[in-house]
Structures are given as structure tokens and as C-alpha cells.
Ligand binder design. Structure first.
Ligand code: HEC
Ligand code: HEC
Ligand code: HEC
Length: 131
């Protein structure tokens, strides 16, 4: 009876591939959720949870960080709800066609009160309603 074994190079390739995830000292936005709360709570809305990983696996970085003008720093963007409704920032996609529309306030404004802007979580997004 012989147990099938992967050739050594495959094992090494697999280890090389996963090791950055284990070695990472802290989660980065690429794989986590971003709390956006510069204005939301002050305006009486719950903080926004932006599931970065969920979006990052669907779109190229440049779609958001070049074409849509999102600065690559948590808390750095001044995003007005009127801009979103006008089709800028999140509203470029959340228009009822590419993705569900802006009427779904709670799907974006899903954070618990008091969350500061920043990066939370690991390689999996928690998604709306889990905060
Ligand atoms: C696609 C995601 C998304 C949806 C849907 C959404 N928002 Fe927002 N909203 C945001 C983001 C991002 C911000 C910026 C938050 C910040 O900087 O604190 C924001 C900010 C706000 C603000 C504060 C800033 C301002 O312009 O006054 C209010 C108030 C607000 N939203 C209300 C709403 C209401 C009401 C709805 C539903 C009709 C809604 N939002 C739906 C993403 C969304
Ligand atoms: C769907 C839009 C979208 C895509 C695609 C996207 N990002 Fe982001 N990214 C954002 C938003 C929104 C923020 C939060 C900005 C804020 O808090 O104001 C952010 C934040 C960041 C940050 C800041 C993290 C920190 O610690 O401050 C980095 C770095 C980043 N993104 C890198 C990337 C990279 C690399 C890719 C592609 C692999 C990517 N993003 C794809 C929207 C996107
Ligand atoms: C480049 C296009 C794009 C941009 C920009 C974008 N989204 Fe999305 N978003 C999507 C798509 C596509 C989905 C999936 C919609 C579906 O499942 O019907 C989605 C889903 C979501 C979800 C639900 C995730 C889940 O687990 O189901 C949230 C929350 C969300 N977006 C928030 C935001 C917020 C907040 C912003 C702005 C900071 C934003 N999005 C900007 C395309 C985008």
C-alpha cells in the first residue's frame, strides 16, 4: 500500500504561497474590513463598514484607488452621502446595477456606535451586520 505523496517542489511552492499570511505581523486593509467613521456617527448614522477583502477580490485596486479617487489610507477620504448618491465613491457601483443601491442604508452603515476609523480583522471580511 503506498500513500501518494506530492513531489517536494510542490510542497515548497505551497509553503511559499501561504507563509506570508502566517508571517504577517498584523492584518492589512487588503484582507480586512475598514471602518469609515469620519462623519457618519456625528450625523446620527452608524459607522460604515467597508469589507475591503470582499471588494478587493472582485475589482482591481486601480478601479477604486485611481479611477474613483479613494486615497489608500484608512480615514483619509472625505466622503459625502450626496457624492455617493451622485454616483461618486461607493455610489459608482452601488447604483442598483453593478451592486445594490444606496437605499440600503443599513448594509453600509452597519457598524456599532463608537467604532473609530481604521482597519479591523484578518484575511476574511466579517461583512455587514456582524459588527
Ligand atoms: C454603499 C454604501 C452606503 C450606503 C448604501 C449608504 N451610505 Fe451613507 N455613507 C457611506 C459612507 C462611506 C459615508 C462616509 C462616512 C464617514 O466618512 O464617516 C457615508 C456617510 C453618510 C452620512 C454622513 C455624511 C454626510 O454626507 O452627511 C450620512 C448622514 C449618511 N451617510 C446617511 C445615509 C442614509 C440615510 C443612507 C440610506 C438612504 C445611506 N447613508 C446609505 C456609505 C453608504
Ligand atoms: C471597491 C473599492 C476598492 C478596491 C477594489 C480596493 N480598495 Fe483599498 N480601500 C478602499 C477603501 C474605501 C478604503 C478605505 C478608505 C478610507 O478609510 O477612507 C481602502 C483602503 C486601503 C488601504 C489603506 C489601509 C490602511 O491601513 O490605512 C490600502 C493600503 C488599500 N486600500 C490597498 C488596496 C489594494 C492593494 C487593493 C488591490 C489589491 C485595493 N486596496 C483595492 C477601496 C478599495
Ligand atoms: C467598484 C465597485 C464598487 C465600489 C466602488 C464599492 N462597492 Fe460595495 N459592492 C460592490 C459589489 C459588486 C458588491 C456585491 C453586490 C451583490 O452581492 O449584489 C458589493 C457589496 C458590498 C457590501 C456587502 C458585502 C457582503 O458581504 O455581502 C458592502 C457592505 C459594501 N459593498 C459596501 C461598500 C462601501 C461602504 C463602499 C464605499 C466605501 C463600496 N461598497 C464601494 C461593488 C462596489
Amino acid at each position: 500500500m503506498s500513500v501518494p505523496r506530492a513531489p517536494l517542489w510542490m510542497v515548497c511552492a505551497a509553503l511559499l504561497c501561504v507563509s506570508p499570511f502566517f508571517a504577517a505581523p498584523r492584518a492589512t486593509a487588503e484582507y480586512a474590513d475598514v471602518v469609515i467613521n469620519r462623519a457618519a456617527e456625528a450625523a446620527g448614522m452608524r459607522p460604515v463598514i467597508f469589507p475591503h477583502w470582499f471588494h478587493r477580490i472582485r475589482f482591481r485596486c486601480k478601479v477604486c484607488h485611481a479611477e474613483l479617487g479613494f486615497k489608500m489610507r484608512a480615514g483619509a477620504n472625505q466622503i459625502k452621502m450626496t457624492d455617493i448618491i451622485d454616483g461618486r465613491f461607493c455610489g459608482a457601483c452601488h447604483d442598483g446595477e453593478t451592486a445594490w443601491s444606496v437605499e440600503n442604508c443599513d448594509l453600509c452603515h452597519s457598524g456599532k456606535a463608537g467604532l473609530p476609523p481604521g482597519i479591523f480583522g484578518g484575511h476574511e471580511t466579517l461583512g455587514p451586520g456582524r459588527w
